[in-house]
Ligand binder design. Structure first.
Ligand SMILES: [Zn+2]
Length: 462
């Protein structure tokens, strides 16, 4: 991994000028970037999966973790390496359901504006990416939005943020959750043709084509609507949307390209149909009951409940959702918490996802509530619904990559051969999960072996 010119600290911090040499009068990059090697020691190492290690350490080489163990054994063998000390060491967190659309409200007209002013949307997303990394989120799964383009900016070093695995669009039938109902249909189709991440398809041939278009755009996962939604205007969250035949066709098309499908599902009919069709992640899952939980376990599917947006919507008291959306939100809210409790009690595999859509501007009274960077609130809600803090951390780390199926990187765990994405925390989240919320207790952030944040050196890209 090449030194990032925007780094503020760490062994890999290097001036971009140092990475360049002059040959024949032109600037050329070095062939082989140097692999940095260092140790991180901790008072408590939480591996993501498995038991914590008191006084645990890791050895990092380049962008990989090469050794994990008790500090005494590692210190003897690797005493010559540079060393960091943190209180608690754990994998970087994953938010498996975000949107980079920077909307100012969950309403069709706000979404429309975010699509009409794409440069403004991109500009608002840039600090959101930094907020996520600052809060210890080193990876996100984006379930519709401009994540593919933002990921390109992060990868090339123009922006600092988490790794983004995006679905590109959300796909529903005409009139479904991904449709903007109040718009004349030709206007909506025109938006779709100009890069909007909202798409409709009807019947198997159109469904196949729209999946192929997401693959063409670079989607790592395919997002479809198995039920109606809350933020959309005229559909009902309880109703199934795509037919079983349409869902099966899309699952198979995605599978041919080694992708899985994540289905937005509130109502039970949609959850059951999606699982029978081979969908691997259920998003929201508001009406999941014992029978649906059993089927999830049988199908080895993962639940991403997104409680944060529900709680924020309720607290915002009609100011963040449209009036129709707010009425639907109130209808599903209690069901959704029961569904989380059921899933946790039954042992369904859960991953953490918040449905965060952006950060409201400072003048907005809801800006302290609705923002990227408070995503670990979702771990708190999972603990409230029955998880231990250790289970919630597993859901936010080791389980994150599982939501990408065959596209999953070896990440989310402090394990030999895994990506060097990890964070230092200055208090014990096993005693109080809330310390993970926001950037304050996240003392260090490494992504791909590069230190982006350490005490006294905040995240910055300028
Ligand atoms: Zn969503």
């Amino acid at each position: 991994m090449r030194g990032n010119p925007f780094l503020t600290s760490g062994p890999a911090a290097a001036s971009s000028m140092e990475d360049l040499s002059i040959e024949d009068g032109s600037w050329t990059k070095e062939e082989e970037p140097k692999k940095d090697k260092f140790i991180v020691e901790s008072e408590l190492l939480i591996p993501g999966k498995g038991d914590p290690i008191t006084n645990g350490s890791i050895v990092v080489e380049g962008n990989k973790i090469t050794k994990v163990g008790h500090s005494s054994s590692i210190a003897t063998e690797y005493s010559h390496l540079p060393k960091y000390n943190v209180k608690v060491l754990m994998p970087g967190m994953w938010d498996c359901h975000v949107h980079f659309i920077a909307v100012q409200a969950v309403a069709w007209d706000a979404i429309l504006q975010s699509q009409q002013k794409q440069a403004l949307t991109g500009a608002r997303c840039a600090p959101d990416l930094m907020r996520l990394l600052d809060a210890g989120f080193t990876s996100v799964r984006e379930m519709a939005g401009c994540g593919i383009q933002l990921d390109e900016a992060v990868e090339e070093g123009s922006l600092v943020g988490p790794k983004i695995y995006s679905s590109n669009s959300i796909i529903s039938p005409t009139g479904g959750h991904a449709d903007l109902h109040p718009l004349p249909k030709p206007w909506f189709d025109d938006l779709c043709a100009h890069g909007s991440p909202f798409q409709t398809a009807d019947g198997v041939p159109e469904c196949l084509k729209i999946v192929r278009m997401q693959l063409r755009a670079g989607a790592k996962v395919i997002k479809i609507c198995g039920s109606g939604g809350v933020g959309s205007e005229l559909d009902n969250p309880v109703d199934q949307q795509f037919s079983s035949e349409e869902m099966e066709a899309m699952v198979q098309e995605a599978a041919r390209a080694q992708r899985i499908i994540g289905a937005h599902c509130h109502g039970k009919a949609g959850i059951m149909a999606a699982l029978h069709a081979g969908v691997k992640t259920i998003e929201h899952g508001s009406y999941l009951d014992d029978e649906a939980a059993d089927l999830m376990i049988e199908k080895n599917a993962i639940l991403v409940t997104t409680r944060l947006i529900v709680e924020n919507g309720l607290k915002s008291n009609k100011d963040f959702f449209s009036s129709r959306g707010y009425a639907k939100l109130r209808e599903i809210a209690a069901h959704q918490f029961n569904a989380m409790q059921t899933a946790i009690r039954k042992g369904v595999t859960c991953a953490i996802g918040t449905d965060s859509t952006g950060t409201l501007p400072p003048g907005n009274p809801l800006s302290k509530l609705v923002r990227q960077g408070l995503n670990a609130m979702e771990l708190y809600y999972h603990v409230k619904a029955g998880m231990t803090p250790l289970q919630a951390i597993e859901a936010a780390t080791a389980n994150g990559p599982l939501t990408l199926g065959p596209q999953a990187p070896k990440a989310g765990q402090l394990k030999e051969g895994y990506d060097a994405d990890f964070i230092g925390v200055d208090a014990n989240p096993l005693e109080d999960i809330k310390i993970l919320i926001g950037p304050d207790h996240v003392s260090h952030v490494w992504k791909q072996g590069i230190c982006y944040k350490s005490p006294g050196k905040p995240i910055s890209f300028i």
